[in-house]
Design a protein. Structure first.
Lengths: 284, 284
DNA sequence: GTCAATATGGAATTTTCATTCCAAATAGAA
DNA sequence: TTCTATTTGGAATGAAAATTCCATATTGAC
């Protein structure tokens, strides 16, 4: 072996190992770097798997795993694996606990930390909320409408734009024809003018409502193009133009709302649509 | 064998196993009861130990462990062990169940509904995950760096673009000067060329990494402009260019990931930055 | 391009481990 | 007590897994 590692050099816990890997990753040869990346990205797999199964999953040879372990001073793969197992045993304390552990006089840290905590808690609440408020039948109807469309028009402005833009990204990956409306105000209406009878639209709008979105939805509805919408209020101007609409209220922290629950909803809708299309056999 | 167990009788998860053990504990012979007590008291040992090591620790013979497993319908000790391992894999099991119980709706009946449930559960898991993986200290450093910047450059492509675009929206509302980089490839570099010593950048990139984002971050770092980044792997090319970086792995449902946890993180960071600025008195 | 050094794949080997088996012990019934 | 059924300990077995080894491939220096 080229490098002689003394006992002190061998990482004794996961954090030390991670640090060592990150420090030396640049100098590692190809396959070993591959293992390094896999190990840090899938620590649970390393903890539970066998050398053979991990090797397959990481697309290397079992012997490479042994070499990797030896590179970091371990006797073999098994001793390295112990580190990954120990990590699961000592359950890492949550953010809450670590926050409490901070020195009480460090006010700034506590403040940023509590903001972080607040948003995570709000997101949990939002998720609990949509689980109860979204009606499965309505969801199924929405999926049917959109899965049956030739092109799905995604309408969103401002605060809701990130949702549609993510759906657009996902639809692209899933090879579902779509058109994102809301990028630059000028060409929106031209795009919508092309929408035909076999198309459908999904509109998202949260208070304060962008009036263009409501107008565009109305326009489509008047042309018998079905609209599915996501809003934060039954009084949203979108609701009246929609065949199916969902009310989804994000919980707030200190008056600010994240889009956590909306994102989960959007992804569920997106994947459900793609799945339905695949079943219907007209995937594109 | 005295008792014939049908497939349905074999506990499929830890809770079922625990219930079965408690129910039959009284009727078990001495050594098997000993194993039962040990198993419930030291589930982690069962998960990771070998039959020999566990046997020694529980003061029985290895064969007794096999008999114990067979008593509960498993083929052998190994299959029983899988239950104990599964328990550690799913950090917080039961989100799916909780959702079902919480919800008056029965989402599980319909195909689309189960997709919906899956994404909500995955989002919950993701949130639990960031709560443990984000270090308050690093968060505070990130807030300080970005709050101190004149202009915050937001770098993101593809899957991570919705996050930055939402941050841009929120920064706009909060009157924090910022520049969203990633809209159209052409003008990106021109915008970044204007970044100066007093600015900072926040970059988001998830696997598969957009190489432009990494290059842009590298470019900024080389000009001594501090970069804070959010990635899903310590191996992200962004990490090496960053003063502070966060690793945030979104849980997946059926291979698809939503951005729920990332959104909560992004909003927390955004609001924390604005709040810090307000305190420093140079809010905009 | 040539050579040396390093890295890699894959088969061969060795070690470790779960399981099986059988003899001995124990508990329970008559 | 005596007989039987059940439980237990511990060695033997066979399967599975980690590790080693060697031939081949790749990289880097000159």
């Amino acid at each position: 072996m080229a490098t002689v590692e003394t006992t002190a050099d061998i990482p004794q816990d996961f954090d030390a190992l991670k640090a060592a890997i990150l420090e030396r990753k640049a100098q590692l040869p190809k396959r070993l770097r591959q293992v390094a990346a896999y190990a840090l990205d899938n620590p649970d797999e390393i903890a539970f798997g066998t050398a053979a199964s991990i090797a397959t999953s990481a697309d290397v040879q079992p012997s490479t795993l042994v070499r990797f372990a030896q590179h970091f001073g371990f006797e073999g793969f098994s001793s390295l694996q112990l580190i990954f197992r120990a990590r699961l045993r000592e359950r890492t304390p949550g953010y809450e606990d670590r926050l409490r552990a901070l020195s009480a006089n460090d006010h700034s840290k506590l403040e940023s930390g509590s903001i972080f905590n607040g948003f995570v808690a709000a997101a949990h609440r939002s998720l609990d909320n949509i689980a109860t408020s979204v009606d499965p039948d309505a969801f199924e109807r929405a999926v049917n409408i959109l899965a049956g469309a030739e092109t799905i028009y995604l309408i969103a402005k401002r605060r809701s734009y990130p949702i549609s833009s993510y759906m657009a990204y996902a639809f692209g990956k899933l090879k579902v024809r779509h058109q994102l409306v809301g990028t630059s105000a000028g060409i929106d209406d031209d795009m919508l003018a092309m929408a035909g009878k076999n198309d459908a639209a999904f509109a998202v709008s949260f208070s304060p409502y962008a009036s263009e979105s409501a107008n565009q939805a109305r326009l489509l509805a008047s042309r018998k193009i079905p609209v599915v919408s996501l809003t934060d209020s039954a009084f949203s101007p979108l609701a009246e133009s929609s065949k199916v609409w969902f009310e989804l209220v994000e919980a707030d922290h200190a008056g600010f709302r994240s889009l956590s629950a909306s994102m989960a909803f959007a992804m569920a809708l997106t994947v459900a649509i793609a799945e339905k299309r695949r079943r219907l056999g007209d995937g594109g």
